[in-house]
Design a protein around this ligand. Structure first.
Ligand SMILES: Nc1ncnc2c1ncn2[C@@H]1O[C@H](COP(=O)(O)OP(=O)(O)OP(=O)(O)O)[C@@H](O)[C@H]1O
Length: 812
């Protein structure tokens, strides 16, 4: 071996223990030496790479970060979290303690993306408020993050967590006789708020100083972080079986202890609450401002101790078994025996309605439910009657067709956002019901599909309706207009957000295969598309692309042969009609008469010969068709992520979802090299973040072998092009539906949709899914009595009641 080569080898190999092996190899032939040398280089390279990347399974996926590289805890392999200074959290879903960490993170942070191996969360001021409001203390949040984190929490992050959580719960917003007050047991907090000019100008009362009154007994269960809450905590602790007679706490009964706590307290103000009234219209501004100056307001309703508003006789039916994630979500709302305002996020078809109904059964006071359409209102009523024992007389629907209120002191009204906030002159009957609604206090306001409600509409709702607690329900906490933050102010923090993939693995929603099918434009359509033209015309050429038509026809044939029931969605009514007529399938759009809609939907559900229907965007939401197992989207609303998720929701509830090996299918047909490609990927962003993988299909296997597909000859394609070219501009636009809150302007940025030309009026949506034909389950009085005698039937409500009576006992 040459001395130079030997020296080099010794130098580099020494530190790796390769020295001997290389030396031996160097003595043999060149080939053996090169082999060993290559092995050595590979090891050295991977060692260097590991040193750069970190030694665990995932860190190499991230950019070099000094904070992480230099501070890794020795046992970081066993910890599942990466947290940076800005509160961005990466959770390894393959960690053995993933479930535990996920359960915790969902309470304190906002899920951003939950794909299969990595989940991403963000710690935000809102998420931390929500965390404290559901009972996590600052200390606990930091301790548990420290436990799961691979690196020590940075001082910047700790400061942020402390800053966001420590001032929470010092003041709250409460409702008294339909008026809003800011209340605190510490007058200095309110004085501090009133020194702020923006808050001061929202004050409505003219009291000199603050309004002062005796604190209600409920003070001992007060908001986290206050002295009284600490008292309540101790009370709860003493109810646990600690028999040690040396423990001084066991000498007193809990009631005495509260009294003692109060007597011991030198500060007499504890028994007092202070408040000032604010203008109804300024509610949102005050909430926002309080947050900005670091004193966020809480909104909780102590319904158990509300003796002013009459109780409503309502309980869940014994057959209603709420699922674990529904219970988890509700327990965030009801911990502490109070109803906390906030938003619950569950995937489409996961049962938000039952969550709302259970909440109403928990509060047992008058409730107002707001939906996006009259059809949903009718469905909500039917669901209330199905899942609860409420008397049908006590539950009314207030829509354009039904203008009812309830006859007794307490009840439920289900209405739509448009009915409550509409600016049009109301009929006499509507005016009467509106007066009924606005002049009373509501225990609970349930806001369905809350993410689509424009902020100004929801402001009007909170202005018009005096409700103690608000529950927002949604599947996708996203809007294209970035106004989602407003919901935090108008309703409350997000209380719970379920994981789509987890629910689908457990069979609560269907497993779905998603695919984007790329369809080449035919030459004649593409050369027309390339010419300068209007947005509508180009969009129409992409939708009517004969290859897309063939792909749709092929997929329908394929899935019908498999026994699937197929819904084809087209936002564009011109295309909807053309496709459906050519393929001899039934279709429904806004203008389809009611009787025909019902007939089509019934046939789709029960007739084995009708396996495909075409729907315009009126079928995007609230349509409960559990028979559907396959969706094909031929035209959609630009880049709306919400529409994509909601359409997917139509098959997540598939009846057959628990059949072995069952998969539902979701296809988006996209004309290649057109705007559709861009919008399609934008639309998928939300679902991809929920862990759905979109396969791109560039060629449908077997499509060439189908001789019967439409538009096979150039002659047919030219005729189609001529038809599309001659179509009236106004026919090509997007469907507009009266009273549709999911309308264009909320669904896409850039206002392109506003240019849409066609205006087709749906009249009423109320009948689309056969709402009127739903059989209401009549619950007679004797059955109610029987249920009452038996007490609360549902486990969850029973748990709530037990915890409340424990607290009551403790307070006595
Ligand atoms: N705990 C439960 N037990 C049995 N069935 C349930 C339960 N929860 C929900 N369901 C059923 O699941 C289906 C979907 O529920 P629901 O319509 O409330 O979903 P959703 O979340 O509101 O969906 P979308 O957002 O699409 O409107 C309904 O048929 C409902 O009866």
């Amino acid at each position: 071996m040459a001395p130079k080569r030997k020296a080099q080898t010794q130098e580099v190999a020494a530190e790796d223990g390769f020295e001997l092996e290389l030396e031996e190899a160097a003595l043999s032939d060149q080939e053996t030496y090169d082999k060993v040398r290559n092995q050595f280089d590979a090891v050295a390279l991977s060692k260097r790479a590991r040193a750069e990347r970190g030694t665990d399974a995932a860190s190499f996926m991230f950019k070099k970060c000094d904070q992480w590289d230099s501070n890794l805890k020795p046992d970081h392999m066993n910890r599942p979290l990466w947290i940076d200074d800005a509160g961005r959290i990466i959770l390894e879903s393959f960690s053995p303690i993933f479930d535990e960490a996920q359960d915790f993170l969902i309470n304190i942070a906002e899920p951003q993306s939950r794909v299969s191996r990595m989940h991403e969360y963000s710690l935000t001021t809102h998420s931390l408020f929500a965390a404290v409001s559901v009972g996590h203390s600052t200390k606990e949040i930091m301790q548990r993050l420290e436990k799961y984190s691979k690196t020590p929490l940075s001082p910047t992050l700790c400061k942020f967590i402390e800053g966001s959580t420590s001032s929470f719960g010092k003041a709250k917003i409460v409702l008294k006789k339909t008026l809003s007050y800011i209340e605190s047991d510490d007058p200095t907090i309110l004085q501090r708020l009133l020194r702020d000019p923006q808050i001061a100008q929202c004050r409505a009362d003219t009291t000199d100083g603050l309004i002062q009154e005796a604190a209600p007994q409920i003070g001992v269960m007060a908001i986290p972080g206050t002295k009284l809450a600490a008292g309540a905590k101790q009370v709860t602790q003493t109810t646990e079986p600690d028999q040690n007679p040396d423990n001084p706490q066991n000498v007193q009964n809990p009631g005495d202890m509260i009294a003692a706590l109060r007597e011991d307290d030198e500060d007499e103000e504890v028994a007092q609450v202070h408040s000032f009234q604010i203008n109804k219209a300024d509610r949102e501004n005050v909430i926002k401002r309080c947050l900005a100056i670091g004193l966020p307001l809480t909104e909780e309703y102590d319904f158990n101790n509300d003796d002013v508003n009459p109780n409503l006789e309502i309980d869940l039916q014994p057959h209603a078994q709420i699922r674990y994630y529904q219970e988890k979500a509700l327990s965030k709302m009801f911990s502490n025996s109070r109803a906390r305002s906030g938003i619950i996020v569950l995937p489409c078809g996961a049962g938000k309605t039952l969550v709302g109904i259970t909440a109403a059964c928990g509060v047992k006071k008058s409730a107002l439910v707001l939906c996006t359409s009259a059809m949903s209102a009718v469905q909500w009523r039917a669901e209330f009657l199905k899942w609860s024992n409420i008397s049908p007389d006590d539950i009314a629907v207030f829509t354009a067709e039904n203008k009812q209120a309830f006859p007794r002191q307490a009840g439920i009204i289900i209405s739509t956002y448009t009915m409550i906030t509409g600016s049009k002159t109301r009929s006499y009957d509507s005016e009467k019901v509106m007066k009924f609604i606005t002049e009373r206090e509501w225990g609970l306001l349930i806001a369905d599909e809350v993410h689509v409600v424009p902020a100004n509409i929801f402001k009007k709702v909170t202005y018009n309706i005096a409700s103690h607690a608000k529950l927002g329900l949604t599947a996708t906490l996203l809007r294209e207009d970035d106004k989602i933050e407003d919901l935090n102010f108008l309703i409350g923090p997000k209380l719970y957000e379920a994981n789509w993939q987890e629910l689908s693995e457990q069979g609560h929603i269907a497993r779905v295969q998603c695919a984007e099918v790329w369809c080449q434009m035919t030459p004649e359509f593409y050369s027309e598309w390339l010419k300068p033209s209007t947005v509508q015309k180009r969009a129409m050429l992409s939708i009517m692309n004969p290859r897309k038509f063939q792909a749709c026809e092929f997929l329908i044939n394929y899935h019908e042969a498999r026994g699937d029931k197929i819904i084809v969605f087209s936002d564009n009514v011109y295309a909807l009609e053309k496709y459906a007529r050519k393929l001899k399938k039934a279709y429904i759009y806004g203008g389809t008469p009611q009787a025909e809609r019902l007939r089509i939907l019934e046939n789709f559900q029960h007739n084995e010969a009708i396996n495909t229907i075409f729907l315009s965007k009126i079928g995007d939401t609230s349509l409960d068709l559990p028979e559907a197992t396959c969706l094909i989207q031929i035209s959609s609303h630009y880049g709306s992520r919400r529409q994509e998720a909601q359409r997917l929701g139509r098959i997540l509830r598939a009846k057959r979802r628990n059949d072995e090996g069952f998969n539902a299918f979701f296809y988006s047909l996209v004309s290649k090299d057109t705007d559709e490609m861009y919008y399609s990927s934008k639309r998928q962003a939300f679902l991809v973040d929920q862990g759905y993988a979109f396969k791109v299909i560039t060629r449908l296997e077997g499509i060439e072998q189908q001789p019967t597909l439409s538009f096979r000859t150039p002659q047919e394609r030219r005729e189609l092009l001529l038809e599309v070219s001659l179509a009236n501009e106004s026919e090509l636009g997007e469907e507009r539906i009266a009273g549709d809150l999911f309308g264009s302007k909320f669904a896409s940025k850039g206002g392109k949709a506003k240019r849409a030309g066609a205006r087709r009026t749906a009249g009423t949506l109320s009948d689309l899914s056969g709402g009127q034909d739903m059989a209401y389950i009549e619950t007679n009085k004797s059955r109610n009595k029987e249920l009452k005698k038996k007490g609360v039937q549902n486990n969850f409500l029973r748990k709530m009641q037990t915890s409340h009576s424990n607290l009551k006992k403790a307070n006595k």
